[in-house]
Design a protein around this ligand. Structure first.
Ligand SMILES: CC(C)(COP(=O)(O)OP(=O)(O)OC[C@H]1O[C@@H](n2cnc3c(N)ncnc32)[C@H](O)[C@@H]1OP(=O)(O)O)[C@@H](O)C(=O)NCCC(=O)NCCS
Length: 270
């Protein structure tokens, strides 16, 4: 069986918790992993939004993605991961009012990355948004490679270079490949993350079955359009997309695991 075909993405069950905790520990060594009570709360709150990727051959967890539904207008554009996820509890899940699937977590086992597992998880996430008729998926993409260039580039310039393919980031480049676009850049998203230094790109994928032809105008759907240019540390996607391009690719990609602050305090994102 090819590596890709032996991967199955399905909804999480309680029997997966040990594998998810091991995956978190491998992804964020030194940080508190997801706790069983949190994982259980996610299943109680929104079982459809919790996904695992299984290696059928070894019956082991090699990836996971966790999501909840939020009403975007209830949050500041520069809100943190803790705000968007109720500190990882997902008690703010709001399917009655919300039209945004929020990506709270995605991880693939180190050593199994670059094989299409993250892509399969994101495909399942998009399908879920379509099935539920949601307007979009949004997430904070932690800028995992930013620490490498922080002494010479602002976070906005870093993102600009990633969007224009002059730099590569191990998370944001992946998410752009999945059809997401950058809405802005925000500080203090994961305040204890030594790789992103707290910076994240707010990213969005619009459900083509629901969104209007003009993706910036979402009045028709009852959501306030993003007007974040005046907020600290943010910039409109328009500006990023218009950045200069064409210089050689200065790849800052790193696959080193991040001793960030997941689990009980600040888990990862997207
Ligand atoms: C981000 C992550 C989930 C990606 O998972 P993955 O299984 O390695 O990604 P895939 O192999 O499915 O890659 C899908 C696409 O993204 C691209 N991609 C993946 N990693 C990339 C990188 N480091 N740089 C550039 N592109 C990348 C692949 O080339 C592929 O492109 P293609 O569709 O044209 O073939 C994984 O690296 C991870 O777990 N990182 C640590 C946790 C983390 O930071 N999560 C994100 C928080 S915002």
């Amino acid at each position: 069986m090819s590596a890709r075909r032996r991967i199955e993405v399905r909804n999480t069950t309680p029997t997966d918790f040990a594998g998810i905790i091991a995956l978190t520990e491998a992804t964020y060594p030194g940080s508190p992993p997801w706790h069983r009570t949190q994982l259980d709360a996610h299943l109680q709150t929104f079982p459809e939004g919790q996904l695992v990727a299984i290696d059928r051959e070894t019956d082991s967890i090699v990836g996971m993605a966790a999501s909840l539904i939020i009403s975007w207008d209830d949050y500041a554009f520069h809100a943190s991961w803790r705000d968007f996820t109720a500190s990882g509890a997902f008690s703010n899940h709001d399917p009655a009012k919300g039209r945004t699937l929020y990506g709270a977590e995605v991880m693939v086992m180190p050593g199994r990355r670059g094989l299409g597992i993250g892509k399969a998880l994101y495909k399942a996430r998009r399908e879920l948004a379509e099935q539920l008729g949601l307007l979009r998926i949004r997430a904070g993409a932690r800028l995992r490679g930013y620490h490498r260039v922080a002494n010479r580039l602002s976070a906005e310039e870093y993102v600009n270079r990633i969007v224009t393919s002059r730099l590569s980031d191990p998370t944001l480049s992946f998410q752009l490949r999945q059809g997401f676009r950058v809405l802005g850049v925000v500080p203090n998203y994961l305040s204890h993350d030594p790789e992103s230094l707290g910076w994240a790109a707010v990213i969005e994928w619009l459900n083509p079955n629901v969104a209007s032809e003009h993706p910036r105008v979402v009045h028709d759907y009852g959501d306030t359009p993003v007007t974040n240019a005046d907020q600290r540390g943010t910039m409109p996607a328009h500006d990023i997309a218009l950045g200069a391009s064409g210089t050689p690719n200065d790849d800052t990609t790193t696959r080193a695991s991040a001793p960030t602050a997941p689990g009980t305090t600040e888990n990862s994102d997207a």
